[in-house]
Design a protein around this ligand. Structure first.
Ligand SMILES: Cc1cc2nc3c(=O)[nH]c(=O)nc-3n(C[C@H](O)[C@H](O)[C@H](O)COP(=O)(O)OP(=O)(O)OC[C@H]3O[C@@H](n4cnc5c(N)ncnc54)[C@H](O)[C@@H]3O)c2cc1C
Length: 378
């Protein structure tokens, strides 16, 4: 360790982790920053569904963390953090231990099987670019007649529409069914958006079954809880996410989706800040912030600022989340969403989604690459 420098370990090179590292860039004389990620690349998750249909190339959604580290003056180690020893201030990985003065835990969330591990080996998930490529390759083989997408949230809906786009390009008339355990899809959005989305899904010949989930899968046959079976099927599992097991090892209180409870300054403890999807900060009405890129970016920056403030013995700043809105992206460009409180539909909503993606992409090369892909695959 460089003499006198405090060690900051950032676990997770996603939106929150990279926002924290960027914010700390100008404090190199005071901090030694080490970024840990289990992958070599930072995956741009909002464009991962587009990789399924080829609307965006897979190289656009992966950004080298080695490049990021060299551009931002931090160290990058590709390793999976297995355990956090908060008492000794050490992150343990299979390749070694990383002691810290401050920890930023930004390990996101991942697909949860709700203790139904028997399904995990049979289903496709969408946690990374590699997952989207796997699903696309399975679809290219074409050994199935129906895609069953479990979960009628944002990602389930978006995935189903990209599968339709892919099948259309392959000139295949495969069936797509979204199954949702709740009484409606997209339960968290206003009724108008839900109705618009349902109409668009119908238009794209995507069926929706509510109050239903998967009982089991044997061979290529999916058994649903409403008693029906679907033969020659592939299963795409997207009913929910949870913070990875690593978050449990912090030994502090966790809430919904195993996200770590934090105070308004994003502290889980004096030396540990949690940012992004793995944190559970509240908005001004005491409702948990939804999982989204904009909040992950804001939290990463806030956690970094508070490390600097703590070192300078200044009061910490509370997170003041700014909600710009959201979009339910659909692959036929008929999306729906809200920008600054104003509802937007159709191509306008799609353009807004991709504009935000380009704005947040790492590096101008990736940004232009996404733009070119979108222009050539409208
Ligand atoms: C398919 C999909 C589409 C989405 N679309 C949108 C969208 O359109 N708009 C939007 O706002 N949000 C969208 N989201 C949600 C958004 O991507 C997340 O809110 C955002 O990525 C959260 O950022 P994060 O930094 O907390 O986590 P992530 O971006 O998930 O980054 C976490 C990082 O931690 C690493 N990591 C995890 N565990 C470990 C470990 N044990 N050791 C080392 N490294 C580890 C991971 O490899 C990853 O790089 C989407 C999510 C998915 C899955």
């Amino acid at each position: 360790m460089s003499k006198g420098k405090k060690r900051i370990v950032i676990v997770g090179g996603g939106f929150a982790g990279l926002a924290a590292a960027k914010r700390l860039r100008r404090y190199h004389s005071r901090f030694e920053i080490t970024l840990l990620d289990k992958r070599q690349t930072s995956d741009f998750l909002p464009l991962v569904p587009d990789v399924i249909s080829g609307k965006v190339g897979e190289s656009r959604t992966r950004y080298s963390l080695t490049s990021f580290a060299s551009e931002n003056g931090c160290d990058f180690v590709c390793t999976k953090a297995e355990d956090i020893d908060a008492a000794r201030q050490v992150v343990k990985t299979h390749t070694g231990a990383f002691p810290y003065d401050y920890l930023v835990l930004a390990c996101g969330t991942q697909t949860t099987f709700f203790n139904r591990e028997e399904i995990s080996s049979k289903a496709y998930v969408l946690d990374s670019t590699a997952d989207a490529v796997k699903l696309r390759e399975e679809a290219a083989k074409g050994d199935f007649r129906t895609a069953v997408v479990v979960g009628g949230g944002y990602t389930g809906v978006e995935t189903a529409t990209h599968l339709r786009r892919l099948f259309k390009r392959q000139k295949e008339n495969k069936r797509i069914v979204i199954v949702e355990l709740g009484s409606q899809i997209l339960s968290q959005v206003p009724a108008g958006f839900r109705a618009y989305t349902l109409a668009n899904l119908k238009n794209m010949s995507i069926e929706v079954k509510t109050q239903t989930t998967v009982q089991d899968m044997e061979g290529g046959t999916v058994m649903l809880t409403d008693g029906t079976t679907i033969e020659e099927a592939v299963l795409v599992w997207e009913p929910g996410v949870a913070a990875p097991k690593l978050a449990d090892t912090l030994g502090v209180e966790q809430g919904a989706q195993r996200r770590v409870k934090v105070d308004p300054y994003l502290q889980a403890s004096q030396r540990c800040f949690v940012a992004g999807d793995s944190a559970l900060p509240m908005d001004e009405t005491n409702v948990p912030l939804r999982l989204s890129v904009q909040f992950a970016l804001q939290e990463g920056a806030c956690a970094a600022d508070n490390i600097v403030r703590r070192e300078e013995q200044r009061p910490l700043r509370a997170l003041r989340p700014l909600d710009l809105g959201y979009v339910i992206p659909m692959a036929n460009n008929r999306s729906a969403g809200k920008a600054l409180g104003i509802p937007v539909y159709g191509v306008a909503a799609t353009s807004l989604h991709y504009f935000m993606c380009m704005l947040r992409a790492q590096g101008s090369e990736t940004r232009w690459g996404v733009f070119r892909d979108l222009c050539s695959h409208r």
